[in-house]
Design a protein around this ligand. Structure first.
Ligand SMILES: [Zn+2]
Length: 109
């Protein structure tokens, strides 16, 4: 059964407003099935709620994905040229801080 979530539908990044989409499937890039992506041209962040095998992803994993893609978008908008490892580290750090403060980016609806 499809789960539904409460999550921020839009995130302001610089002068832009990114739309957030939670999808119940992965989309496929040229290389591999992707569970999350940022599309700067479309000002859009897409997060899959399931793994490529169809298993539901845990809430904290979804939150980490949203933070990860948001940091990619920040890096893009401000030309920070962050490397993947930096994005991953910042996303994990932000997730820990937000969780410690009781802030939940994504919750079951
Ligand atoms: Zn990434």
């Amino acid at each position: 059964m499809k789960k539904s979530y409460k999550f921020p539908k839009q995130i302001p990044i610089g002068g832009h407003t990114y739309t957030v989409e939670l999808m119940d499937s992965c989309h496929t890039t040229d290389v591999h099935p992707s569970v999350a992506d940022t599309f700067a041209d479309l000002e859009e962040i897409r997060i899959a709620t399931v793994t490529p095998g169809g298993t539901p992803r845990n809430i904290t994993v979804l939150e980490e994905s949203l933070l990860h893609e948001t940091i990619h978008a920040i890096s893009e908008v401000w030309s920070l040229e962050l490397q993947e490892a930096q994005v991953e580290g910042l996303a994990q750090g932000m997730l820990q801080v937000l969780r410690s403060l009781g802030v939940k980016l994504i919750e079951p609806a």
